[in-house]
Write a protein of this length. Sequence first.
Lengths: 202, 202
Amino acid sequence: MIKKQYSTEQRIVDAARSVFVERGFAAARMKEIAGKAGLNQALLHYYFKNKDLLFERVFQDAVRTFFPLIISILESDKGIEEKMTDLVHTYVDFLKANPHVPGFLIHEVTQNPNRLTKFLRTEALPVPVKLIRQYQDGVAAGKYIPIDPIQLIVSVIAMCVFPFVARPMIQTVFGLDNGAFESFIENRKDQITHFIINGMYR
Amino acid sequence: MIKKQYSTEQRIVDAARSVFVERGFAAARMKEIAGKAGLNQALLHYYFKNKDLLFERVFQDAVRTFFPLIISILESDKGIEEKMTDLVHTYVDFLKANPHVPGFLIHEVTQNPNRLTKFLRTEALPVPVKLIRQYQDGVAAGKYIPIDPIQLIVSVIAMCVFPFVARPMIQTVFGLDNGAFESFIENRKDQITHFIINGMYR
DNA sequence: TTTATATTTAATTGTTTGGTTAAACTTTAT
DNA sequence: ATAAAGTTTAACCAAACAATTAAATATAAA
C-alpha cells in the first residue's frame, strides 16, 4: 500500500510539475493535470485538497533542486577559478536537463514572493561565505578587480540562467533553430568561463 | 474628437499595461483593467474587441521600447568600450524606469512565442553587425579574448536584465530590502562595466 | 440643428473552472 | 473474511470570467 500510494501521489506531482512549469500557476488547469497523471479529478483532490497545495509541492521541489546546487559548488574548498568553472559547467548541464525550471521559479516568485519567503523560513539557504571571503582576499591582495562578490555571483548566475529563461526570445531575435540554440549553449560554457575568469583578474 | 478618442484609448492601454505587466496575460482580468482605466467593461470592448487584441497592443508597445534601444547603442559609431559602458548605464537606467517589462516579455514570449515571431515579421530587428565586426576585428588583432560576439552581447544583456527579472528572488535570497536593492543596482552599473571591459581584454 | 460617435448602466449569456458528492468498485492490510 | 484505503464514474455546484445586449445619455462633428 505504501508503494502504491507513493506511485499515485508521485504521478500527480510529476504531471503537475509538467503542467505548472509549462503554463504557470494561473494558466494551468487541474483537469489537464488529472489527464496527464492518468486519473480523475476526484482522486486529484483526494491527494491534494486544492490547486494551491499541489502547486506548493511542485514549487518547493523546484526550489530544492535549483538553489542548493549553486551553494554547494560555491562553498567547496577549491580555488575560485575552479569553482567558477565548475559552477558554469555543472549548472549549465543542470539547466539543460531542466530548461524550464528557472523561468518558472522566477515568474512564480515574482507573482507571489511569499512562496519563497515562506519556504526559506523552514529551509534556509546559506550565504556562500567561503567564496565571498576568497574573492575579498583576492581583491585585498590586488589579484582581482574590486567588485562586490555578490555582484559577481549574480552576474555568473545571470549568464548561466538567462539564455534558458529567455530562450524563445533569443532564438527568435538571433534566428536560431533548436539545434543552433543547443550548440550556442554548449559553446557558451567555455566561452563565458573564459570571460568570467578573465574579467575577475586585475 | 480625435483628442478625446486618443485619451480614452490611451487610458485603456495604460491601464492594461499596468495590469498585464504585473499579472501576466492569464491572471489579468478585464474587470480590473476597466476599473483601473476608470470606465466600464462595455466601453473596454467598444475600443478593443477582446482580451487578446488588447494584450497584443500592450505587448507590441513593450517590444518596441525594449529592443531598439539596445540595437541603437550597439550600432553607434563609438568604440566598443564606450558602447559597453553606454549600454550598461543607459539600459540599467531604462530598466529602473520600467522594472517589470523584461520579466513580462520573457514570460509572455515563453508562453506564446508566436507573438514575437509575428511582430518581427512586420518590424524586423537589425542584427548589430557593427559591434560584431568591431569585436571580431579586435579578436583578430589579438586584443580581445576569442569568444563569439553574440555570446558577449547575450551576457551583457543578461547581466543588465537578470536582477530586474529575478528581483524578488535576489532580494529574498540575499536579504535585501528595497533600499538595499536599489543601491545594489546603482553600484552594479560601474561594477559590471568594469568586469565586462576587463573580461573582453586578452 | 441633426447626425455620428462615445459613454454609461445594468443585466444577461455561455463557458470554464476548481472543487464536491454519492455510490460503486477495487485493492490492500489485518 | 472483513475493514480500510484507494480509485472511478458521472453528475453537480457556485463562482468567476470574457463578452454581449439594450437602452439611454452625453459629447463631438457636420
